[in-house]
Design a protein around this ligand. Structure first.
Ligand SMILES: [Zn+2]
Length: 296
């Protein structure tokens, strides 16, 4: 049984939000075993906080936002991925704005800060969610006016694995595939550094929607018809970032055991799958209890 973990010391990070561009100050605080991951707003009266789980999700448009009672905290997915990848179970994240600082638009900066603070084992076992039977969710994405199906399949497995296919007919990115197994300490080298992508022609559209207001586009991968505007960290950095997002989104369920097969999925479908996994566990658990009770 693996023990639950928290951080050894408080972490403070300041920086601009990815979409709003607002400067924010964030503190990550250690918490006792069996607390879970909480997010709170330090700038609001009473410092309200909420547990990061599937019930707290408010929005999945381009990023994941959680909150309640009229307040929210957005773009939590890369920090959640860092928690998932490093096995952090119990922390409180306090921020003084509506959006978290973006770090380096990947999970790398957050991982570096967590590792610098140190990780400590706690005296309680981790509680894993097991995917016990195959099921899936489907959605539609629109690429250049063309509707395309997106799919997420959850299968039973021995550890937590993701096989992701990012499809695109963009002549620079092309279609990308990557398989990743969250075992050992490979998260920091294989997945955490993969950054957010921005297609040049999408940036104007996002700005018109009030998103992508951050002016520091040196931190994301920017691609146009002539190529990448900056140096890549991996040849298939885009699909690795999609895996990072999925690892972050599914951590709303806590640690998982199973194999996820993804084609073109994004935050909306990720959260739908998380809700389905949470829902599927209940009837099955009830069924097992029923069988036990009836000795069947
Ligand atoms: Zn992302």
């Amino acid at each position: 049984m693996k023990p639950q973990q928290t951080i050894a010391a408080e972490i403070e990070i300041s920086g601009q939000g990815l979409h709003t561009g607002a400067m924010a100050k964030m503190r990550i605080l250690p918490q006792p075993a069996n607390t879970g991951i909480y997010f709170g707003r330090s700038d609001l009266p009473g410092k309200p906080k909420i547990k990061a789980d599937i019930h707290s999700v408010l929005d999945t448009k381009k990023c994941v936002a959680i909150g309640k009672d009229g307040w929210r905290i957005s773009t939590i997915e890369h920090l959640m991925a860092a928690f998932h990848g490093l096995g952090i179970d119990n922390v409180l994240v306090e921020v003084d704005k509506e959006e978290l600082p973006r770090g380096d638009c990947s999970g790398r900066f957050f991982c570096q800060q967590i590792l610098k603070a140190g990780i400590v084992a706690q005296d309680q076992p981790r509680h894993y969610t097991y995917i016990r039977e195959p099921f899936w969710v489907e959605g539609m994405v629109c690429k250049q006016g063309e509707p395309l199906r997106s799919t997420l399949i959850a299968l039973p497995g021995e550890d937590f694995q993701i096989s992701f296919t990012f499809t695109s007919d963009h002549k620079v990115t092309g279609t990308q595939y990557y398989h990743y197994s969250l075992t050992g300490d490979t998260f920091v080298s294989e997945i955490a550094p993969a950054r957010t992508i921005a297609f040049m022609d999408e940036i104007d559209y996002l700005r018109s929607q009030g998103l992508a207001l951050s002016d520091a586009y040196e931190s994301v991968i920017v691609v146009d018809d002539d190529g990448y505007r900056n140096e890549l960290r991996y040849p298939e950095e885009i699909v690795r970032h999609k895996i990072l997002d999925l690892i972050g989104d599914l951590y709303l369920l806590g640690p998982l055991v199973g194999h996820i097969v993804a084609v073109r999925s994004g935050h909306t479908l990720d959260i739908e799958l998380a809700r389905k996994i949470a829902g599927q566990m209940k009837p099955l658990d009830n069924m097992l209890k029923f069988k036990e009770a009836h000795n069947d």
